[in-house]
Design a protein around this ligand. Structure first.
Ligand SMILES: [Zn+2]
Length: 343
């Protein structure tokens, strides 16, 4: 359940900010709109001008080697120009609003963040990196426990029946945090799709693992029966998001449904099991629930840096630690039980 908590965290993390890119108060403002329009033509906001906005009259970049004159490069340039214009018009508009005593508003679904070295949300990026490091630490310590500390079978395989599943889980979660860091650095369509797809894959796999572990499914055929329909569903959903329609509302429902399902599975299991480390599950589930309030209570970034979503990423760090600690306990507990049976 910790996992599920954790998952819910992640899922919220990744899904909760899906509904982002649609019109928000900030970008509906006519002053902001005309600023962006002006900027895309002139390449300047006030006395700040942007390199990326330099286009010659026929639409080709002014200078650079042949490969930089390709249409693809031009498209990148236009994206960068638009993104610089939006950013600086937002800063200018927010400054004006602040002077009038108005509170910050969202632009294109996101709070006005201060960029640092071109990174959109430096705090969320740093926290995503820390989460990735925690996952890596948890995975390595799990690996060392299983292969170097606990006894192995004669064929050098582990007694613990869920080893492979946790390896996959570790890889999917590290992948997901990696793309989360990239997405918070710069949100363009590509980074957004990669981030959402990784999150969906992680949440889907976590649901599978929760069912297999809580119901003690050890038989290979039974595992396939549980996993196959879920894998098919998750794969279809990812393909739908990437190649048909990036539907934020639908994705949030799918993520929430899979998240709540695994939360229930772990919570019910934690309630009935005599597992020695069940309290860890409870902590992660309870704590995760509280942390989710952060995603519901969405406040603007403090000094342009720390918003509710960034804090949420901070809370997943201790839960990740506790979660892997539960997984290690589970590996030890199962191994000792199995060895006793053999003797
Ligand atoms: Zn995030």
């Amino acid at each position: 359940m910790a996992q599920l908590h954790w998952m819910i965290l992640t899922l919220s993390t990744l899904c909760a900010f899906l509904p982002v890119l649609h019109a928000s108060a900030g970008d509906a403002d006519p002053i902001y709109k005309s600023c962006v329009e002006q900027c895309e033509k002139s390449g300047c906001v006030g006395n700040k001008c942007f390199q990326h906005c330099k286009f010659s009259s026929d639409g080709k970049p002014i200078d650079g080697p042949w490969y930089m004159q390709e249409p693809l490069y031009l498209r990148w340039k236009q994206w960068d120009c638009r993104s610089d214009c939006r950013y600086h018009c937002m800063l200018a508009r927010e400054e004006e609003r602040e002077k009038l005593g108005d509170k910050p508003v969202k632009y294109h679904g996101k709070w006005p963040f201060q960029r640092v070295y071109g990174i959109q949300e430096p705090v969320a990026v740093a926290l995503s990196a820390l989460n990735l490091a925690m996952q890596f630490h948890g995975w390595i310590s799990f690996f060392i426990l299983l292969y170097y500390k606990l006894p192995l079978k004669q064929n050098k395989r582990t007694y613990y029946e869920y080893t492979g599943l946790w390896h996959i889980y570790a890889i999917l979660s590290m992948n997901s945090w990696f793309w989360s860091a990239v997405f918070h650095s710069r949100d363009v369509e590509l980074t957004e799709k990669l981030d959402y797809s990784s999150a969906v894959a992680l949440i889907g796999f976590s649901l599978i693992i929760s069912i297999l572990r809580a119901f003690n499914v050890r038989d290979e055929a039974a595992r396939v029966m549980v996993a196959a329909p879920l894998l098919a569903f998750v794969t279809t959903h990812i393909l739908y998001l990437n190649f048909y329609k990036l539907d934020y509302g639908l994705n949030m429902k799918v993520c929430a449904a899979m998240g709540v399902a695994q939360l229930l599975v772990w919570a019910i299991w934690a309630g009935v099991t005599r597992h020695p480390s069940r309290w860890k599950l409870w902590v992660v589930v309870g704590g995760g629930g509280l942390a989710m309030l952060l995603e519901i209570y969405d406040f603007p970034p403090y000094r342009g840096f720390v918003d509710a979503h960034a804090l949420w990423h901070a809370t997943t760090i201790p839960f990740t630690y506790l979660w892997w600690s539960f997984v290690r306990d589970d590996a030890e507990f199962r191994t000792l039980t199995l060895i006793k049976k053999v003797k």
